[in-house]
Ligand binder design. Structure first.
Ligand SMILES: Cc1cc2nc3c(=O)[nH]c(=O)nc-3n(C[C@H](O)[C@H](O)[C@H](O)COP(=O)(O)O)c2cc1C
Length: 186
């Protein structure tokens, strides 16, 4: 399976990156192709110019803004599973990940996507509802993706061996065709 991970943390060795790497290792060991993309370098917000939606223009599903999203669009169209990974900022995704998500608007629906998962890191517990609401409504419901799991870490859970093992095992479980349990319900 082709898996695309969008990492919305600007910290290359941070808590989100550690969970992403554990997941990537588990999934890759079982033969999945995992592309991990950090979205924090150069991705601007959507301009709402509708360039991407002009029918018969020859540039439908193309974004007028030529930044790092241009590398992500083909990966989005190839991926069967998307993993959104983010630190919690003000009870939501990081601004960088939110910009990348908003820019998916150009594609409307990525062609092969079937599954999704969510990875969140935070300082405190009980701060996940905003990000989970967006994940459930914009990805599971609107894009009609199957939820493969929601993984969260706060405070001392961040980078703990137990949490990293959980993410590693999640990656490994994907090859078995057994959907991972949703580990957090609100
Ligand atoms: C701008 C900003 C906003 C944050 N907002 C929250 C928040 O609302 N709730 C929370 O528990 N932690 C918040 N944090 C803490 C981060 O979510 C936490 O440190 C996280 O583990 C960072 O992940 P990273 O190392 O992958 O970047 C915030 C941090 C920053 C820099």
């Amino acid at each position: 399976m082709q898996i695309l991970v969008l990492n919305g943390s600007p910290r290359p060795h941070g808590n989100t990156a550690a969970m992403v790497e554990a997941f990537r290792r588990g999934a890759a060991e079982n033969g999945h192709t995992v592309a991990v993309v950090n979205v924090c370098k150069k991705i601007a917000g959507c301009l709402a110019c509708e360039y991407c939606h002009q029918k018969g223009s020859g540039h439908e599903r193309q974004c007028v803004q030529k930044d790092d999203m241009q590398e992500i669009y083909p990966l989005l169209d190839e991926a069967e599973m998307i993993v959104l990974a983010s630190p919690v900022y003000y009870h939501g995704f990081s601004g960088q990940l939110q910009c990348a998500i908003n820019r998916i608007y150009a594609l409307d629906k990525p062609q092969k996507l079937k599954k999704a998962a969510l990875i969140l890191s935070s300082g405190s517990d009980h701060v996940y509802s905003g990000a989970i609401y967006e994940y459930q409504n914009s990805f599971l419901n609107y894009l009609r993706l199957e939820d493969m799991g929601i993984f969260t870490a706060y405070d001392k859970q961040n980078k703990s061996p137990e949490k990293l093992e959980e993410l590693y095992q999640f990656g490994k479980s994907l090859a078995l065709g057994v959907p991972a349990k949703v580990v957090r319900t609100l």
